[in-house]
Write a new protein. Sequence first.
Length: 307
Amino acid sequence: MRANSRLEDTERSNPKSTDIDRKSTLEIVRIISDEDRKVPDVIARDLRKIAEIVDAVVEALRTGGRVFYVGAGTSGRLGVLDASEMPPTFGVPPSMFQGIIAGGPVALRRSVEAAEDNEESAVHELKRRGFSRGDVLIGLSASGRAPFVLAASKEAKRIGARVFAVTCNAKSPVSRIADCTVVLRVGPEIIAGSSRMKCGTAQKMVLNMISTASMVRLGKAHRNVMVGLQPKSRKLRARAVRIISQIAEVKSDVAKEMLGQSGGDIRCAIVMARHEVSRRRAKSLLRRAGGDLDKVDSVIKQERLAR
């Protein structure tokens, strides 16, 4: 028991799941569910640090910087997942959020455990992508000890970039490198050492917060509606029509026509429908409003006063 107490949280045995292999299926999933319910409360304790990361991300993106998630195993996959969802959800270029996983693309489909020890690969990947001091690196490591993540974090610091970390272990090496570290104290996993469980869930939730809050701060949402999504499928086109109809307060057939005339640009279509202007005029208004739909009305008023 004493030896177990000296282990990191991600490695310790969980007393709540003792003899889990002797439980019924319902008992097993109930134990897992009870432990998973602790995750949101754990995250809530570090909201100030998460907000600090969001502010740094927003500042970097406003000045042309990019965000790099770096991780190994489950943490790396979660970073790649979050980065890959930004373009279709908010209409930003794929280069804005990038996920780097130890072992490369093949590690997304199957385990490449030894890759997390390859420090040179981490540095090489940053250089290959042109990582600069204007970018932001967010290291993802449940243990906070993955050599791949530590090497990338050190290289980013050497360059002069902002470095942050999300881990599940306090006093981990990555926290000594990062400018700010979110420590998700979710406790020992149901299956000792399986950091794909509570640790993975917690990291995923934090990444959702960082990327979504950053996009909201950058005006990629109007009220609580996505206006930057790319309507490239039947489902997304139908969603885009509903969004245009709702915000511009026009009928669906008008919204659908404006979406087509705008070339699939939801913001442009909204301005076209709301103000009954051409695509060219709508784009001009949006440029002057910095892409903010609320400010378009102000731009139009200023034009009228200037006449």
